[in-house]
Design a protein around this ligand. Structure first.
Ligand code: HSE
Length: 434
């Protein structure tokens, strides 16, 4: 059976989808019996250089042609403006939609899924999280028998690439980001990557799926890697940790903890070994235990692979005449988001190397019931960090598990101590130890 597929937005990923559909048409037909026929591809600018030559007869600048000539519309425009209007219009016209738009789904997905559900139409979004990793399908289908307790992992290829280059080669954040852009990993606006928003969008979508409920995106705690200092990456490594931008969602009764921030992981943790543009996601279910999925989380080909997986799912629905019943149950529950995390912490203070400094800092920590696990002070590290002044040293304190609210108050007090120079650094540490 032939299914007509139209595509709007022919950037890096869109071009990858065109290439896959044209090159692997026969492979897909043999495996599924479905012929995915590319009807039209809309983009506003056909003068741009592309990695694959989109046939002239498929090109249009008019997205309405795509809507007219397709059973399924693939939205790869991105963002919340035109993309939202396009999806709404496609659904109104009775077209199924496949999208990679995590930004839109995380922030405004509820209305989109409701509109699709009312019409029995599908919105496929495998490509929105984890690039080529089939995480949406895994949570929706393979792990459906479980109460999911937690979902966490590395969900942004660009920042993982940047942190890996910093850790392994001592490359600066700016240079590593430039490389990531050249390789086509970064978002059109790379601050979405660097400031943690792309990861936050993805963990929000996974949380909706895994926990079957809704929460306002504005409640997600988000901290990116923009201010990560190479010194902390190196000091962390000396303590046996790898720095990763981790996305975490955990369920505690009616409360969810959804957060994104730079995180130290013990170097033996499987997530610590995930490097470059790779993503990995850990899902913890009450029956299955821990499941980890790993693969390329960004780039044209992996994302195109995920888009085509959705296209086949949607096609099967069209052929069998089964209306789509989205497994995100938006009516089910509203979670409140907790901002009272409980973890270990790495702190760095720049201090003068003189008597009483450590005592004054540890006094404040004791006042807030924060227990010190280890302390590291490197006399010669000034040179490593390229800092001036012989007598200023970085003092690193690693704590046992403590409540975030206590840690914040303690940090504020410590920051105001006369011995502390500049702003302290606080990085959360995820590990089993107390
Ligand atoms: N900018 C994203 C990333 C692309 O780096 O992971 C895939 O969503």
């Amino acid at each position: 059976m032939k299914i007509k597929v139209g595509l709007v937005g022919c950037g890096v990923v869109g071009t990858g989808v065109v290439e896959l559909l044209l090159k692997n048409k026969e492979v897909i037909r043999k495996k599924t019996g479905i012929e995915l026929v590319l009807s039209k591809v809309a983009d506003k600018d056909w003068s741009r250089q592309r990695a694959f030559d989109v046939p002239q007869e498929l090109r249009t600048v008019n997205y309405e042609e795509v809507l007219e000539e397709s059973h399924v519309v693939v939205e790869l425009v991105g963002g919340k403006g035109f993309a939202k209007e396009l999806i709404e219009e496609a659904l109104k016209k009775g077209k199924h939609v496949v999208t990679a738009n995590k930004h839109l789904l995380a922030e405004e997905g509820r209305a989109i899924f409701q509109s699709a559900q009312e019409r029995g139409l599908c919105v496929g979004f495998e490509a929105s999280v984890g690039g080529g990793i089939p995480i949406i399908k895994a949570v929706r289908e393979s792990l459906v028998g479980n109460n999911i307790r937690a979902v966490y992992g590395i969900l942004n290829g660009t920042t993982n690439y940047v942190l890996t280059r910093m850790l392994e080669e001592g490359v600066s954040l700016q240079d590593a980001l430039k490389e990531a852009k050249e390789k086509g990993y970064a978002e059109a606006d790379p601050s979405l990557d660097i400031d943690g928003w792309d990861s936050a969008h993805k963990i929000a979508i996974l949380s909706f799926m895994a926990f079957g409920g809704f929460f306002p995106f504005s409640g997600v705690y988000v901290e990116g890697i923009r201010h990560v200092d190479l010194l902390d990456v190196e000091l962390g490594r000396e303590l046996g940790y790898a720095l990763k931008l981790l996305s975490i969602a955990k369920k505690r009764e009616e409360e969810l903890e959804v957060r994104v921030h730079p995180t130290f992981l013990p170097e033996e943790d499987p997530l610590a070994k995930v490097s470059d543009v790779f993503n990995a996601i850990m899902v913890e279910g009450d029956f299955v235990g821990k499941v980890m999925l790993y693969g390329r989380g960004a780039g044209a080909y992996p994302t195109a692979s995920a888009v085509v997986s959705d296209l086949i799912d949607v096609s099967r629905r069209i052929i069998s005449g089964t209306p789509c019943k989205e497994s995100i149950n938006w009516e089910d529950k509203s979670y409140s988001l907790s901002d009272n995390f409980y973890s270990r912490y790495y702190m760095r203070f720049d201090v003068p190397d003189k008597p009483g400094v450590l005592a004054s800092i540890s006094r404040v920590l004791a006042d807030y019931h924060i227990s010190i696990a280890s302390v590291l002070q490197k006399e010669k590290v000034c040179k490593l960090a390229g800092r001036e002044g012989e007598h200023v040293v970085p003092l690193v304190i690693l704590t046992h598990k403590a409540y975030e609210r206590n840690m914040r108050k303690a940090l504020e007090e410590i920051q105001n101590l006369p011995v502390v120079i500049g702003s302290p650094v606080l990085i959360r540490v995820e590990e089993e130890a107390e």
